[in-house]
Design a protein around this ligand. Structure first.
Ligand code: ADP
Ligand code: ADP
Length: 229
C-alpha cells in the first residue's frame, strides 16, 4: 500500500468548507512539500492525516490502515505517523531527554532506561546530545525544534508530518532545522512538509502540492513548479 492515500476528502468547520475533494497519494520514501496561501487548509489536511482533526467525507489511509472511528486504528495510526508542529510543543518542566523519553514510556510502555537510550540516540542524530539535561526554555528555538524532531523519531514512525516547522524561528535558526530535515529525507523517510521554504522544496521534494481555498490546485515536480511561467 501507499504510505498515505487520501481520496475525495471533504472537511467542514461548522459551515466553513475547509477541505474540498482532496486527493493525495504518497508512496513510501516520497517527500511531499505542501505550500499555498495562509488559510488554504494545509495545516488542516495534515492534521486530518494523523487524526488530530476528523474529516466528514472521503477516505484516508496510512500504510493501508484506514482512518475510521475505531480507537484501535487511531492507536495504529499514531504509531505510523510522527508530527512536528510550528510551536515545538515541548513540555517546559521536563528536560530535553525526558521530553523524548516520556511519550515512549506512556504510549509504548517502554522502561525508562530503554526510552532514555532511544532519546539519546536521536538527540545525537539531530546533533544536540549535549543539551539532553537542559530544559526547553534554556535552548534556542532551532534547538527546541530539533528536540521536537528527535522526540517524534523516538516513536520510530514510518511517516513524518511537518507543519511549518521553521516559521516560528528566527531566521538564523531556520537552516539548522532544515538541514536536519534534509538529512532525514536523504535517509529515506517518507515526509509531508507544509512550508514556505522553497529552497528546501527544490532540494528535497519529489512533488510539490499547491493548495488554495481548500483545494489542491496543482501537483508537480519542484522543477516544473518553479520554472513555470
Ligand atoms: P493553513 O495551514 O493553510 O494556513 P489552516 O488549515 O490552518 O490553513 O486553516 C484553514 C482555514 O480553516 C482557515 O480559514 C482557518 O481560520 C480555519 N480553521 C482552522 N482551524 C479551525 C477550527 N478549529 N475551527 C474553525 N476554523 C478553523
Ligand atoms: P498554526 O499556525 O500553528 O497552524 P493556527 O494559528 O492556524 O496555528 O491555529 C491554532 C489553533 O487554532 C489550531 O488548533 C486551529 O485549529 C485553531 N483555529 C485556527 N483558526 C481558527 C478559527 N477560525 N476558528 C477556530 N479555531 C481556529
Amino acid at each position: 500500500p501507499n504510505a498515505i492515500e487520501v481520496s475525495a476528502l471533504d472537511k467542514w468547520y461548522g459551515n466553513f468548507h475547509v477541505l474540498k475533494n482532496i486527493a493525495l497519494s504518497v508512496a513510501a520514501g516520497e517527500r511531499i512539500v505542501v505550500c499555498g496561501p495562509s488559510g488554504s487548509g494545509k495545516s488542516t489536511l495534515i492534521r486530518c492525516i494523523n487524526r488530530l482533526e476528523e474529516h466528514q467525507q472521503g477516505r484516508i489511509s496510512v500504510n493501508g490502515i484506514a482512518l475510521n472511528d475505531s480507537v484501535k486504528n487511531l492507536d495504529a495510526i499514531r504509531r505510523e505517523v510522527g508530527m512536528v508542529f510550528q510551536h515545538f510543543n515541548l513540555f517546559p518542566h521536563l528536560t530535553v531527554k525526558e521530553n523524548c523519553a516520556l511519550p515512549q514510556i506512556l504510549s509504548r510502555g517502554k522502561r525508562r532506561r530503554e526510552a532514555e537510550e532511544m532519546a539519546m540516540h536521536f538527540l545525537g542524530k539531530v546533533r544536540i546530545p549535549e543539551q539532553a539535561d537542559k530544559y526547553p526554555g534554556q535552548l534556542s528555538g532551532g534547538q527546541q525544534q530539533r528536540v521536537a524532531i528527535a522526540r517524534a523519531l523516538c516513536m520510530t514512525p514510518k511517516v513524518m508530518l511537518f507543519d511549518e516547522p521553521t516559521s516560528a524561528l528566527d531566521p538564523e535558526m531556520v537552516k539548522e532545522v532544515l538541514d536536519t530535515m534534509v538529512t532525514l529525507a536523504e535517509e529515506g523517510m517518507t515526509m509531508i512538509v507544509v512550508t514556505h521554504e522553497m529552497g528546501f522544496a527544490r532540494k528535497v521534494a519529489d512533488r510539490v502540492v499547491f493548495m488554495e481555498a481548500g483545494q489542491v490546485i496543482e501537483v508537480n515536480e519542484p522543477q516544473a513548479f518553479f520554472d513555470a511561467p
